[in-house]
Design a protein around this ligand. Structure first.
Ligand code: HEC
Length: 106
């Protein structure tokens, strides 16, 4: 590679990384949700039989969708009744999960 192309290459790479972050957050949210949450909330967010028995609500309904991002993040991080807390998730991971929950709205 000629010397002059290197800064251009670095800038292009940095731009590609920055631009891919919002997309990655949502995709990561979907993967995390399937791995950690679907057992109770169902892959589609409507709730598994076990989750419903424990008191989980259908994520596709207004009941959940009208909650603010802050409320959803708070329940995910700190738990609520039988909802376990996920205090070790990174803020971007919680954001990705909230974005995924929003995408389930009917
Ligand atoms: C062991 C079962 C279980 C797992 C696993 C679980 N939850 Fe929950 N979750 C619940 C229950 C039960 C509630 C209802 C709490 C209440 O209001 O009493 C709930 C509530 C919620 C709510 C508030 C809306 C509602 O249904 O009341 C959100 C948002 C939520 N969970 C997100 C998540 C996310 C994101 C994950 C994965 C990181 C997750 N949950 C994993 C059982 C679970």
């Amino acid at each position: 590679m000629k010397k002059i192309y290197l800064p251009v290459f670095i800038i292009a790479t940095a731009l590609a990384v920055v631009l891919s972050v919002p997309v990655a957050a949502h995709a990561q949210g979907a993967d995390l949700f399937k791995a950690k949450c679907a057992a109770c909330h169902g892959a589609d967010g409507t709730g598994s039989a076990m989750g419903k028995k424990m008191g989980a609500h259908d994520f596709t309904t207004d009941e959940v969708q009208k909650m603010s991002d802050a409320e959803l993040s708070d329940i995910i991080t700190n738990g609520k009744n039988k909802m376990p807390k996920y205090a070790t998730l990174k803020p971007e991971e919680v954001k990705g999960l909230v974005a995924y929950i929003r995408s389930l709205k009917k």
